[in-house]
Design a protein around this ligand. Structure first.
Ligand code: NAD
Ligand code: IPM
Ligand code: MN
Length: 379
């Protein structure tokens, strides 16, 4: 159901191609607000290097206020070239990065859908018959694990060597809440004629935290989700199975680090990192509010930044997830995903997916999607 009150959206473009693709997302959001009359309020704040250069802070108080105001954040990407980042004190980098943002919103469940677009089947490095039936979602734990574990740091030892330390740590409640999201998603998908199976990925053979992961997922399953088929899979095998027979997967539950690696691997099923969207969701608080951060899986792509050739579709498709998950406008989400598919079917391509077609600029690709939206809205 479409939200009755206005939905507050905050764009944080970030760095590099984050800025370029989020300009295009703004046009798409405005189309849904103006043509489809969705109750959307849209704000924007600089993030990353642009914020540092303007305010001397990566996340100044005004930005935190806007983050607090927003129902959903539409995020571009962060990551600057090393000489620029080196100007920013390490403490400020820790305080103002993407990881801090994810943690403070408590968006622990990161959904990364992987579904090939038929016009792009040949873009994959895998054979069409291996990927055409793929329809899977990674549920990646996003606010714990080795990304956040303490102790961490680099120290100088008495013997002169340096030692770098990170800690892979999970608590049972952190595992259980993300596993619950995966099981609930599998049930919903089964109702939509998909198999509704969960593969839980760990390294229980080597890591104690992996053993706890497996035991906790199994125990939640036995108590509350016995109807959902559950398979445990070791992470190295999962990487191999993803390229061998990806269609065997439906919902893939992973920790923070394995989910990062495996989902980039999934990009090759779709054909380009520039096509992969994600939604990061918190639990529902006492007031009924669920925080959400929508971000493409790709980064700031310094190798192509500033040239106007980045693929905006990952960011645009992330807004489709926002329409579905935060705005409650699933028909509009379908409309947007349909417009992307239709534009691709007519041959609209950015350079990363050009494959012999002429390639469009970032904004011309968005024009092609808007044209399909206009066409669909006229019908
Ligand atoms: P990347 O995702 O930025 O780029 C990997 C490759 O994919 C590059 O060749 C790039 O040109 C291509 N690519 C990515 N997105 C594309 C798009 N939309 N259209 C066309 N081509 C695209 O990863 P990287 O090069 O490993 O990292 C660059 C920086 O981005 C680093 O600082 C990294 O930390 C950061 N990063 C940020 C995020 C994020 O903000 N969520 C995600 C990943 C990486
Ligand atoms: C991602 C990115 C981030 C991650 C980086 C930029 C911190 O690679 O969202 O996939 O590792 O989570
Ligand atoms: Mn990543």
């Amino acid at each position: 159901m479409v939200a009755e009150r206005r939905v507050r959206l905050l764009i944080l473009p970030g760095d590099g191609i984050g800025i370029e693709v989020m300009q295009e997302v703004r046009r798409i959001v405005e189309w849904f607000r103006d043509v489809r009359s969705l109750p959307l309020d849209l704000h924007e704040r600089p993030f990353g290097m642009a914020s540092w250069q303007r305010y001397g802070s990566l996340i100044p108080d005004e930005t935190w206020h806007e983050i607090e105001w927003a129902d959903a954040i539409l995020f571009g990407a962060v990551g600057s070239i090393d000489q620029q980042t080196a100007q920013i004190p390490a403490e400020e980098r820790k305080r103002g990065g993407l990881l801090r943002l994810r943690k403070s919103l408590d968006v622990f469940a990161n959904l990364r859908p992987i579904r090939p677009f038929p016009p792009l089947l040949d873009m994959s490095s895998l054979k069409s018959e291996v990927i055409e039936a793929v329809d899977l979602v990674f549920v990646r734990e996003l606010t714990a694990g080795v990304y956040f574990g303490e102790p961490r740091g680099v120290e100088r030892l008495a013997d002169g060597r340096r030692r770098g330390v990170n800690t892979h740590v999970y608590h049972s409640d952190e595992i259980e809440r993300v596993a619950r999201v995966a099981f609930e998603l599998a049930r919903r998908r089964r109702d939509q004629d998909r198999p509704g199976v969960v593969h839980s990925v760990d390294k229980a053979n080597v890591m104690e935290a992996g053993r706890l992961w497996r035991e906790t997922v199994q125990s939640l399953h036995d108590r509350e989700f016995a109807d959902v088929p559950l398979h445990h899979m070791l992470a190295d095998n999962c990487a191999m199975q993803l390229v061998r027979r990806p269609a065997q997967f439906d919902v893939v539950l992973t920790d923070n680090l394995f989910g990062d690696l495996l989902s980039d691997c999934g990009a090759m099923i779709v054909g380009s990192l520039g096509m992969l969207a994600s939604a990061s969701l918190s639990g529902v608080d006492a007031t009924g509010r669920r925080r959400a951060l929508y971000e493409p899986i790709h980064g700031s792509a310094p190798d192509i930044a500033g040239r106007g050739i980045a693929n905006p579709l990952a960011a645009i498709l992330s807004f489709a997830l926002c329409l579905r998950e935060t705005v409650g406008a699933s028909r509009d989400a379908d409309l947007l995903e349909g417009a992307v598919t239709a534009a691709l079917a007519k041959g609209a391509r950015t350079a990363d997916i050009a494959m012999g077609h002429d390639s469009l600029t970032t904004s011309a690709m968005t024009d092609a999607v808007l044209q399909e939206l206009d066409r669909a809205a006229d019908v």
